[in-house]
Design a binder for this molecule. Structure first.
Ligand SMILES: Nc1nc2c(ncn2[C@@H]2O[C@H](COP(=O)(O)OP(=O)(O)OP(=O)(O)O)[C@@H](O)[C@H]2O)c(=O)[nH]1
Length: 918
């Protein structure tokens, strides 16, 4: 059967194609143009909705036309669907009916569909407040948007995050979008909303912490009942409740109201939102359409609004109306508070009442945010940094995924990009030099070798010259650093193993890194010129690590080389190309704007910011406007590894680029923007996002995190990196750790172990694999602790094995208890002692360090000896006033409840804080 086109159906229904398109869009159907076809089930449903509407609901139409709307333009939104109480007070009051692009004008057309059961109105996040004075028929509570994302007017390509509706037929059911398990389907459960979502049951809200299940929630419910009024009913014990559709509408009609009629305007997401927004909240007696008169409705709304502001646990938080709040992964309550403009402390309280405790700055998971958002009337979308960046680029009309797809037709082979890794002194640097010297082109043209971080050599492969790009930073530091940043530039790893030595710790490390990144390995068995060289031993050893030589029946190519004598280089390059051809499909579209990665960057006194960029796709030209991470600029000049000027760089070509306004980081990706301004704007936005991310809570894993995640059932494997002072200790520790058995549910995995200080590399690896680093009798190398802190990686220091075992075991059992530590707060020197009958001896003091706080624990020190411990700052005065704290440099009067005080004594105070165990 031929599919109907939009204009045909519109004609049939007596409306314009534009209206129909808008209507379809509102329903989440992305239909492009009047000439687009519509799937049969949709047609059926639209006919039902729009066709029937006129006859079915004349009253509504009448009401609508007679309604003195504040905004009478036909464009102005359709009778607001949102009767819902969900809107914030302010919004409801202040926002006039907004003009809603994309909403078909009902106008005179009779085509207002009856509220349609089961119309999930899948995607409109933006809730629309009821227009003041716009007496709506009790239209549905907002159906829950299945997706937080695109507004109807934003024709974003790509699947909606909410996921496809089943069968592409949103109208299919008479019930509201049944989702498996009654849950919110693929989309993260949004608490709030249930209302109107017609989900019938909210039971399946997935795994997010359900406040109702949490301790204290019962009392919360009770406590807040008076405040929340109507909504309360809905929550009905949150499992099934929370106002989610079914709860309040007597059974069969869930969803009935949520579809505010086709032309009734988009059922905006969440609007139903606030708890209690469901019809029942208004005392509609559960009748799905209990259409009340205007007055009653207003009264109800007012009532609701009064109830909805002051709320939880005594804190007053302006309620959202289902609007989307986007927060970064790992964000904290403070971040969320910032977005919705409330005091973080208030959110701490609300969360507490939801049964969860967190500090304002602690990083929270998605589920917790969603629960909280639901509670407050916001639809929370947690976005990863990658998504965030993707969206940022999309806002500049740059769609990397689409580019990739469109590249598919113009792919050309590109050279492999190779990284050389291996143990210290096994010859990585020498090998890179030797390979470089094989470059036929270089030897022809001369040029002065420049170490720019990467170079390309041309080799003769079966009579054809082929290029291979080498990352010129030996070792896996650069490799993991980039990987930690989500960048993968290496196609193939050459593992260098000295034939006179054998497999060493860093050899294993390199294997781990390459394998973790899914990068094929070619083994260069080096130093075969040495007498004691035993290449076969290397082959045998590496077999144990899963690298089985081809000659042993495996699939890894081993090449014997002597970097020193520059022997075996052609064979090695040959092996690289063969491996690339066999295992990888290396291609890119050279005929487009360049994208790639910065692999090295520095500030040169004379030349400014200099970055070596590896082109991954397209061609980079001198003059291009580029943005690299949060740096930008125009390519002023480019040089190759021989210091020669180049005008353009094709895929896999590394070039040194001048012209950036600031120094990017290694691993930052770059792209060519349409103009300088765009490049700058993207860079600025990224810089802002970075700053935010830095402010946001740390992301790594700590044993305490692990504990929590374990409780939440999120993890079952604790990844560890063990570093120690001697290999015996490391082995002993690993052995003992692996013997810890806390049952099958929790596994321990040592992803890396080694002797020596904790290095940047360890931290990078821990970042990537969410591992905790166990440092036994070793400390971090310089600046590594800083890196660990910034990456949120926990390094646990131990000097006694059993302490480490104890901690890990506790963590694995999910029983890690916090430990407390005394932290010095401040100290004051007694300058004069005042006797006071009333207060005892008062120490006239000056605060020498930190802050002295009333109530703090204190000790009295005389001549370096603690005279009395466990005292308390009983009173604290500045002049005549009682104060709670006095800062460094200020004088104050202190009573300690201890008589023997003298001039010159020092009062030290401390506080007890929870501390990570070590
Ligand atoms: N005999 C012999 N010596 C070699 C060979 N390759 C490297 N060497 C020597 O081994 C030592 C280490 O070589 P490098 O290239 O610096 O080793 P590396 O792996 O880069 O070392 P790090 O940079 O410290 O990690 C140097 O003294 C080299 O001269 C070789 O093929 N044969």
């Amino acid at each position: 059967m031929a599919k109907l086109r939009v204009h045909e159906l519109a004609k049939e229904l007596g409306i314009t194609s534009k209206d129909l398109l808008a209507y379809l869009k509102e329903k989440g159907e992305f239909v492009k143009a009047a000439s687009s076809t519509i799937e049969a089930p949709i047609v059926r449903q639209v006919r039902e909705d729009l066709g029937n509407k006129a006859e079915a609901n004349p009253a509504k139409d009448k009401e609508k036309t007679s309604t003195p709307k504040p905004a009478s333009s036909p464009k102005t939104s359709v009778p607001s669907p949102k009767p819902t109480p969900a809107s914030t007070v302010t919004e409801a009051k202040s926002k006039p009916a907004e003009t809603k692009p994309g909403i078909p004008t009902p106008g005179p057309t009779p085509a207002r569909p009856a509220p349609k059961p089961g119309m999930p109105g899948p995607r409109r996040p933006a809730p629309k407040p009821p227009k003041p004075g716009s007496p709506e028929p009790p239209k549905a509570t907002a159906p829950k948007p299945a997706s937080p994302a695109p507004r109807p007017s934003a024709p974003r390509p790509g699947p909606r995050p909410g996921g496809p509706r089943p069968g592409n037929n949103p109208y299919a059911s008479t019930q509201g979008m049944p989702r498996p398990g009654g849950g919110a389907g693929p989309r993260p459960p949004r608490g709030r909303g249930g209302q109107g979502q017609g989900q019938g049951s909210s039971g399946g809200r997935g795994s997010r912490p359900n406040p109702g299940m949490m301790p204290g929630s019962a009392s919360f419910t009770r406590d807040s009942a008076p405040a929340r009024g109507g909504g309360q009913g809905q929550r009905g014990g949150n499992g099934g409740g929370r106002g989610r559709g079914g709860g309040n509408r007597s059974g069969g009609a869930p969803g009935v109201q949520q579809m505010p009629g086709a032309f009734a305007g988009p059922p905006r997401g969440g609007r139903g939102g606030t708890r209690g927004s469901a019809p029942g909240a208004f005392g509609r007696g559960g009748g799905p359409r209990g259409g009340k008169g205007r007055k009653s409705k207003r009264a109800k709304r007012q009532e609701f609004e009064e109830q909805s502001a002051p709320a939880i646990g005594g804190v007053s938080i302006p309620r959202g109306n289902g609007q989307e709040v986007r927060i970064r992964q790992g964000a904290s309550l403070a971040d969320f508070a910032d977005k919705i403009n409330v005091n973080p402390a208030a959110l701490v309280t609300v969360l507490f009442h939801l049964g969860e405790m967190a500090t304002a700055t602690q990083s929270l998971d998605q589920g917790t945010f969603e629960a909280l958002g639901a509670e407050l009337g916001y639809q929370i979308s947690v976005v990863s940094p990658e998504d965030e960046d993707r969206e940022l680029l999309e806002s500049f009309d740059i769609d990397l995924d689409a580019e990739e797809r469109s590249d598919a037709d113009s792919l050309m082979p590109r050279p492999p990009v190779v990284t050389v890794m291996g143990h210290v002194d096994h010859g990585k640097t020498k090998l890179l030099d030797a390979i470089r010297s094989t470059d036929v082109v270089e030897s022809e043209h001369g040029g002065i070798t420049q170490h720019i971080g990467a170079y390309q050599v041309k080799v003769d492969h079966d009579g054809t010259p082929r290029a291979v790009t080498f990352i010129d930073t030996p070792g896996h530091e650069a490799f993991t650093a980039m990987r930690a940043r989500g960048t993968k530039v290496t196609d193939i790893a050459i593992l260098v193993v000295a034939a006179d030595d054998g497999v060493m710790p860093q050899t294993v490390e390199a294997i781990n890194h390459a394998q973790a990144a899914d990068v094929p390995i070619v083994v260069a068995v080096n130093k075969v010129d040495k007498e004691e060289a035993n290449p076969d031993k290397i082959r045998g050893q590496l077999t144990e690590y899963g690298l089985v030589p081809e000659e042993y029946g495996g699939d890894v190519m081993f090449v014997d080389v002597s970097a020193k004598n520059r022997q075996g280089m052609p064979e090695l390059l040959e092996a690289v190309l063969l491996t690339a051809d066999a295992a990888l499909d290396l291609s890119a579209n050279p005929n487009t704007e360049a994208r790639g990665v910065a692999i090295e960057a520095n500030l040169d006194r004379g030349r400014g910011a200099v970055a070596t960029m590896l082109v991954e796709r397209g061609t980079l030209h001198v003059g291009d406007a580029v943005v690299v991470g949060s740096a930008h600029g125009r390519v002023r000049a480019m040089f190759d590894e021989n210091g020669r000027n180049v005008e353009e760089a094709t895929p896999s070509r590394p070039v040194q680029v001048l012209g950036l306004t600031s120094v990017p980081r290694a691993g930052d990706s770059f792209l060519v923007a349409s103009d300088d301004r765009t490049a700058r704007q993207i860079a600025d936005k990224r810089a802002a996002a970075e700053r935010q991310a830095q402010l946001a809570a740390r992301r790594g894993t700590t044993l305490e995190d692990f504990n929590r995640m374990l409780e939440e059932g999120k993890v079952d494997t604790l990844n560890l990196i063990i570093k120690g002072d001697v290999s015996g200790a490391v082995e002993a520790l690993e052995d003992s750790l692996l013997k810890i058995d806390v049952g099958e549910d929790v596994q321990l995995r040592v992803i890396h172990r080694g002797v020596g200080a904790v290095t940047q590399n360890d931290v990078n690896l821990a970042t990537v694999d969410n591992a905790v680093i166990i440092a036994f009798n070793v400390r971090p190398a310089e600046r590594v602790q800083e890196l660990a802190n910034s990456e949120g990686v926990e390094i646990k220091y131990y000097t006694v094995i059993y302490r480490a075992l104890e901690d890990i075991e506790q963590a694995m059992k999910g029983m890690l208890k916090p430990i407390y530590e005394d932290i010095d707060q401040g100290s004051a020197e007694i300058r004069q002692v005042f006797r006071s009958g009333k207060f005892g001896n008062i120490a006239g003091s000056i605060v020498r360090k930190g802050t002295i706080k009333r109530g703090a624990k204190a000790r009295l020190v005389r001549d370096g000896v603690v005279l009395a411990d466990n005292l308390t700052i009983e009173s604290l005065r500045r002049e005549k006033d009682d104060v709670t704290e006095v800062r460094e440099g200020f004088e104050c009067g202190i009573t300690l409840g201890f008589k023997d005080i003298r001039e010159g004594d020092v009062i030290e105070t401390w506080e007890i804080v929870e501390k990570a165990r070590d």
